[in-house]
Each structure stands twice: as C-alpha cells, then as structure tokens.
Ligand binder design. Structure first.
Ligand SMILES: Cc1cc2nc3c(=O)[nH]c(=O)nc-3n(C[C@H](O)[C@H](O)[C@H](O)COP(=O)(O)O)c2cc1C
Length: 309
C-alpha cells in the first residue's frame, strides 16, 4: 500500500490575504473550493502545475484567535527553479523569516505564521524514478463518456503543451494541431467515422493531429507520439480522453475520414490526418490497473521466447 501526498490543510484568518500571498510568493492559485451553505466555513484548494500537491486553505467565520499551522520545526518545503529570484521576490514581499546561507535555503512566513522552506531545485528532490509518469500511465485508459462540464482552459493548455513537447524524427516536428471546442463542430466531427468516433459529439474539446509527409518520412510516428503524450497528460490532469483513428478509415457519409476532416476544418494539402483526441471531464474515477502476467510475458530477454520472469 503506497499512500500519495495530496494536500496539507492550513487554517487562515483572512482568506483573500492568504490567497494573494500564495499566488504572489509561490504561484499557487485556486483549483477548487467547497464550503458550507450558510457561509460559516470555506476550504480553498490551491496548487500549480509543478506537482499534484495542494494546500487546503480553511477559513472559519468568526475566528479571531491565531491558528498554529506550524513554524520552523513543522514546515512545508517548496523547490523553486530560480532560487536567487525567489529570494529577491520574498524579500520584496517582506515575508522572509530566516535565511540559511550555508545550506542555500530560506524560510518565508505566510499571513498566519506558517513557515515555508524555499530551496533550489536539485536532483535529489525529483520524484524517484519518475514515479509520477508511471502513476499517470497506470491510471490512463480510453474514456469515451464525459460529464456535461467543460474542460478548464488551463488543463487543455497542459494537454496541448504535452503534444508540443513531443520527440520527433530529426526534430522536424512535421505536425500541426487543430483544437475544436465548438459544439456544432464537435458533433460534425463525430461523423468523421462510420463508427468509433461517436464520443466526439459528447466531448468538451477535440485536438486533431495532422502531419506533413513532405517534411518528414517519420510523420506517422511523430504524430502518434504527439497523440500518446497528449492522451497521457490528459490522464495525469484527471481528464478523460480517447484516441480516434484517422488514417485508413471511412466517414459516416462514405468519404474517407481524411477527406471528411480536411474539408470540415479547412486543412491544406499536403497535410494528412493522423488521429483525433477527444477530451472531456470523465464521469467516473479510475483506479490504477495492475500489470498482469500476460502483459509481462511480452518482454523477452536476449532472444525472443526467453521470458524474464
Ligand atoms: C492507434 C489507436 C487507434 C485507436 N482508435 C480508436 C477509435 O477510433 N475509436 C475508439 O473508440 N478508440 C480507439 N482507440 C482506443 C483503443 O480502443 C483503446 O486504447 C484500447 O481498447 C485499450 O483500452 P485502454 O486505452 O483503456 O487501455 C485507439 C487507440 C489507438 C492506440
């Protein structure tokens, strides 16, 4: 059983002041909030794209006495990519409460007196063996049914970024992405296949990946990597997504899927449709899937047929 750190709760006297502090000092912004109907308490979860870890800022109406959220002995640590810039910013904010020059770190104090340790990014702080990627892979699956709510813009941007950061043969990046969010266009897109693309009608967004064969003979592989990376990042962000095959398929009206999509989205020659990623908020949660013996038996050691386990 491996527990995963997801958040730490801090009680705050002035919620707005704390939200401003965490955004300015560490770029943590509101992710979601819950509260009592009568307004007697509010929990605001703040985080940023650097990790899944969040702070739960809890505000209780009428509280005047200071809270004890911990100090030097019991603190939360953050790494920052540019330590010198962080120290300057925190000095400007007048929230630095201790500097340890020998160790190259400092502490800042939040509006309720909680100490936060600030350290430069170092290899020893990285998740051991890239555990976060494997975690996202374990939860990844093709999701074809979506809740009736839009994919937040910042999550869509993350998915797009995952595609743009993809490896490609000789670094030629022969692909282009077309993002579709319009409901009527998504419905039209769902008819790009005689079957297997119906989920696009209920999706909140779709990303169409096209490749230019004149730029790279590896365009199919390159586009597939973009698709796979976006699908995986969608899973890591808690989004549901599914790959819709574009090449060598037929549209509902008898045209090829390529012809149908090229015309619908005004894609110029010589771009070829690779695939479409449908995206939406999943309507169910997914557990990590175990790697079963059948999958493990696909790995051979030294020569085909010699199994490792
Ligand atoms: C190359 C490729 C093409 C796919 N095409 C479609 C498709 O057109 N429609 C669809 O519903 N799912 C499609 N899928 C999703 C697969 O059906 C799915 O990955 C497979 O059933 C395994 O399920 P999982 O992704 O949940 O592990 C495709 C997946 C890949 C990798």
């Amino acid at each position: 059983m491996e527990g995963k750190a997801i958040h730490r709760c801090l009680h705050v006297i002035d919620l707005e002041k704390s939200l401003e502090f965490y955004e300015e000092a560490l770029g943590l912004t509101e992710i979601r909030r819950v509260g009592a109907e009568d307004g007697s308490w509010v929990n605001v979860f703040v985080g940023n794209r650097t990790s899944g870890f969040q702070l739960e800022l809890t505000w209780n109406r009428g509280r005047k006495l200071p809270y004890d959220n911990g100090g030097r002995d019991s603190h939360i640590a953050f790494t920052v990519p540019d330590y010198e810039a962080a120290l300057l910013l925190h000095e400007k904010m007048d929230c630095v409460c201790h500097v340890n020059e020998a160790m190259g770190l400092h502490f800042i104090e939040d509006p309720d007196g909680c100490w936060l340790e600030i350290v430069p990014e170092r290899a020893e702080f990285a998740p051991q063996g890239g555990i976060d990627v494997l975690d996202a892979m374990g939860r990844r699956r093709s999701v074809r049914s979506y809740a009736d709510e839009p994919v937040p813009d910042e999550l869509l941007e993350r998915v797009i970024e995952a595609g743009l950061r993809s490896a490609s043969g000789r670094g030629l990046r022969p692909w282009e992405l077309v993002v579709v969010r319009d409901r009527a266009q998504l419905e039209a897109l769902s008819a790009c296949r005689d079957h297997g693309a119906g989920m696009l009608a209920g999706a909140s967004a779709a990303i169409v990946v096209v490749g230019n064969p004149d730029v790279a003979d590896t365009w199919i592989e390159d586009c597939s990597i973009v698709m796979a990376n976006m699908h995986l990042e969608a899973s890591a962000c808690g989004l549901g997504s599914c790959w819709v095959q574009g090449r060598m398929r037929q549209a509902a009206d008898g045209r090829s899927t390529q012809e149908y999509v090229v015309e619908l989205l005004g894609i110029p020659k010589p771009y070829q449709l690779e695939a479409i990623l449908s995206l939406g908020m999943p309507d169910a949660a997914f557990e990590t899937r175990e790697l079963d013996a059948h999958l493990r038996a696909k790995v051979h050691e030294g020569r085909f047929g010699a199994h490792r386990l």
